[in-house]
Design a protein around this ligand. Structure first.
Ligand code: A2P
Length: 268
């Protein structure tokens, strides 16, 4: 990332797991080799994520933990108490990455929130800071005022929603793009004939083909699975590479679907 820290390219998404499920799945994921776990205040599962981390027995410093603060923690230094609450629930004394969950431009507080985030880096409570669901126009404003530029922007992104203008903007500004909903949940992406053809060609599962597409584009992806076999296959994608024409064939699946978070009020 642009602050010299490293982010594992595959992480575990935890929405919509509750505390009990998150505790189990996070421990299983870490045992399967995951070192990057993504949660949020809004998911309501930070306690479970913390339990899973402790149950894993893996030292804290080997893990990369992201959380996000949403609207009620924007403005007026509310993010200080917000992060303290997240750290208490997680049972951690810092997070690796703290994100503004949504820009909420109508509130007009993401710049002041960012200033508070910068102080949370100074205080050692967040190692890196970034944003989620920000468009280039929001990032333009933020970059004009930031002392610490955002390290990452987490957006909905998959072969049906490829967002080239967002990816180009992020890479031109040294911002890592993190894909949420990387498998196109709620769509038939994994059944798509192109994805199925490539799965047969490479001897991989459809999910592995799609996740390899994300990593081929230099993206970080955070697939969620509550199923132990799928958890394991989703991180087992680094022993093959897609040919350029196959990356392009997957990118061509973009069907113009409007990203869910473009209302700036929702998404995950
Ligand atoms: P499950 O938890 O039962 O495995 P995303 O991470 O893009 O939001 O997608 C999550 C959805 O994709 C969940 O419904 C999850 O179901 C499913 N999923 C996760 N991994 C796989 C996989 N390897 N193969 C098929 N479906 C998967």
């Amino acid at each position: 990332m642009n602050d010299g820290r490293r982010i594992p390219q595959i992480g575990l998404g935890t929405w919509p797991l509750d505390d009990a499920a998150a505790a189990e799945v996070v421990a299983a994921a870490i045992a399967a080799g995951y070192r990057h776990i993504d949660t949020a205040f809004r998911y309501g599962n930070e306690r479970g994520v913390g339990q899973g981390i402790r149950a894993s027995g893996v030292p804290r410093e080997e893990l990369f933990v992201t959380t996000k603060l949403d609207g009620e923690f924007q403005g007026g230094d509310r993010a200080i108490a917000g992060l303290d609450g997240s750290l208490e629930r997680l049972g951690l004394d810092y997070v690796d990455l703290l994100l503004i969950h949504w820009p909420l431009p109508q509130r007009g507080e993401y710049i002041s929130t960012w200033k508070t985030f910068e102080r949370l880096v100074d205080a050692g409570k967040a190692r890196s800071i970034g944003v989620s669901n920000f468009k280039p126009a929001h990032l333009d404003r933020l970059l004009a005022e930031a002392r610490i530029p955002p390290a990452a922007n987490q957006i909905q992104l998959n072969p049906r929603i490829t967002r080239p203008e967002h990816r180009d903007y992020d890479s031109a500004h040294g911002i890592v793009t993190v894909s949420w909903g990387p498998l196109g949940p709620g769509t038939d992406l994994l059944d798509d004939p192109t994805v199925q053809r490539l799965a047969a060609k490479y001897g991989k599962t459809p999910a592995q083909i799609v996740l390899r597409w994300h990593t081929a584009l230099g993206l970080v992806a955070i697939p969620k699975s509550a199923n132990p076999q799928r958890l394991a296959q989703n991180i087992d994608i680094f022993d093959f590479a897609l040919a350029d024409e196959d990356v392009a064939a997957l990118s061509a699946l973009d069907d113009g679907t409007t990203p869910r978070a473009d209302s700036d009020t929702g998404g995950h």
